[in-house]
Design a protein around this ligand. Structure first.
Ligand code: ZN
Length: 267
């Protein structure tokens, strides 16, 4: 079993500094391996960094409308039954994504606040201005806000596919974006700049090279790196190779549509 001390040591090996803002992606699969579970894991993270952001995604707010733009990989009108069970986003709606356990624990921690993106909300401690920068119209506003501020990203037993910050780079580089819709207290709203597929994001580790700090926790690797370096490296890469970071699954509809979009733009 991993102890509190092991987690603290790992975070210190990853050079997570108390004063640096940290975007935390922590896997729920870690919890059974830690003595004291999610409480201990969150405790170690909070003891290592003062200012934290963590996803609190609510995918159950999404609905499929009857009509919408083309090339959006949605079968319009197919959600008539499922739409009825969609949740209305409020700041109190529990997260429902794969890492909800630790995210929900963090949400109830004192002074934690939440951004109001109905699908991709983030929780934050000490980063209110960053959270206020994320809106439905600017889903990556908080990532943009945290540039130039020594922000670190922590992947605690998470694959690079969890890197929401890479979706910001995709948008910034002009890569194709999607549109989705979500239920809010103000009715159904359009959520622009919905990201594409992230299954090829592990390819970024090679490009980050020695700037990636890593440590082994039992049979899992934890990674940490600078947000600025990630953004700079990714934008450069996407500029040189617009097909970079797409996945290798020949049947991936999102990546294939993105490739087609790049080819059309190049003509
Ligand atoms: Zn893909």
């Amino acid at each position: 079993m991993l102890q509190y001390r092991d987690l603290k040591n790992a975070l210190s090996e990853l050079e997570i500094k108390r004063s640096d803002p940290v975007i935390v992606h922590a896997s729920s699969s870690l919890i059974p391996q830690v003595k004291g579970g999610a409480q201990t894991l969150l405790g170690a993270i909070l003891a290592s960094a003062d200012n934290i952001l963590m996803p609190s995604f609510t995918l159950k707010t999404m609905i499929i409308p009857e009509v919408g733009p083309e090339d959006n990989l949605l079968e319009y009108g197919s959600g008539r039954v499922e739409n009825l069970s969609a949740s209305i986003f409020t700041l109190d709606l529990p997260a429902d994504f794969e890492d909800q356990v630790i995210s929900e624990l963090f949400r109830h921690y004192p002074d934690v606040i939440r951004s109001n993106h109905p699908i991709f909300s983030f929780l934050g401690l000490g980063l209110d201005a960053a959270l206020a920068s994320q809106t439905t119209a600017e889903p990556y506003g908080h990532i943009q806000y945290l540039q130039g501020k020594n922000t670190k990203i922590l992947l605690a037993d998470k694959e690079p596919s969890a890197l929401f910050s890479l979706h910001f780079c995709e948008k910034d580089s002009g890569r194709k974006q999607f549109v989705r819709w979500a239920m809010t207290e103000n009715g159904i709203i359009e959520c622009p700049f919905f990201p594409g597929c992230s299954n090829g994001f592990h390819k970024i580790l090679f490009h980050l090279g020695n700037e990636v700090k890593q440590t082994q926790m039992q049979d899992h690797t934890w990674f940490a790196f600078s947000l600025d370096f990630l953004i700079q490296t990714t934008l450069q890469l996407l500029h040189e190779d617009p097909y970079a970071l797409l996945c290798n699954d020949l049947h991936c509809e999102k990546c294939n549509l993105t490739r087609r979009d790049i080819r059309q733009r190049r003509r």
